[in-house]
Design a protein around this ligand. Structure first.
Ligand SMILES: C[S@@+](CC[C@H](N)C(=O)[O-])C[C@H]1O[C@@H](n2cnc3c(N)ncnc32)[C@H](O)[C@@H]1O
Length: 219
């Protein structure tokens, strides 16, 4: 009898392992990577675009974006840790549109109006002086430029993971203060992370005026 109980406990434990592993992956922040196609769809990248991936880490998102902007595009992979810059350079030596570089803590280090998109995945919570940083990003991006932020949702974080999470409402408030406006917001399927994409109000207004003008011409 005792032997049967022991076997059953082992079987239940083993059968729960995949679920537990998946859950702990999500908690550790890896779950959002499995939804890469979803994240890329939110970014709607075009060949030839110039992107900066701030806090690029191991360059995983950098490579996904580089594949979409193609050989005529460019993805700057900004990192504050030199080892990570070197590792990205070595790993993606065959993807010349990836330019890994050591960026300063308080900015991208890139020229004004040079980027179509600034991408920050699980890096926003590391920044200091959030509104000033976001203001700098309005300068680095073109008039049509966008900002995309991926973070663990604070309401779904617990324990130590709260130190690596952010509130979407606070992000939106800080972004608006810095001169951005929310374009899209979504939870990333299968994860506890969200993605928020921001654009510039003047660009949005120009698009609305254009659409209204076209409608008036039709009528
Ligand atoms: C949690 S990792 C995220 C890596 C990658 N973006 C991802 O989603 O898998 C955060 C990265 O941000 C980098 N980082 C921290 N502060 C930064 C700053 N002020 N500017 C640029 N990168 C920063 C860290 O070195 C680290 O590699």
């Amino acid at each position: 009898m005792l032997k049967h109980v022991k076997v059953s406990v082992v079987l239940i434990a083993v059968s729960c392992l995949p679920v537990w592993a998946q859950r702990s992956n999500v908690r550790a922040g890896r779950g959002y990577r499995e939804a890469a196609d979803f994240v890329m769809a939110q970014l709607a990248l075009k060949p030839g675009q110039v992107i900066v991936d701030i806090g690029a880490g191991d360059g995983w998102w950098t490579k996904h974006m580089a594949d979409r902007v193609g050989a005529d595009g460019r993805v700057y992979a900004g990192e504050v840790v030199q080892n990570k810059v070197d590792a990205i350079r070595n790993r993606y030596v065959d993807t010349p549109q990836i330019k890994a570089y050591r960026c300063p803590m308080d900015g991208t280090g890139l020229p004004d109006h040079s980027c179509d998109l600034v991408f920050l995945s699980k890096t926003y919570h590391h920044l200091e002086g959030h509104v000033d940083y976001l203001r700098h990003l309005t300068q680095v991006t073109k008039a049509s430029g966008r900002l995309a932020v991926v973070e663990l949702h604070m309401a779904l974080a617990s324990g130590q993971s709260k130190d690596h999470a952010w509130q979407p409402g606070l992000l939106t408030q800080q972004a608006e203060e810095a001169g951005w406006i929310l374009q899209t917001y979504s939870m990333i399927p299968g994860s506890d992370h969200f993605i928020a994409v921001f654009i510039k109000p003047a660009f949005l207004k120009a698009k609305i005026d254009e659409a209204l003008g076209a409608r008036n011409e039709d009528s």
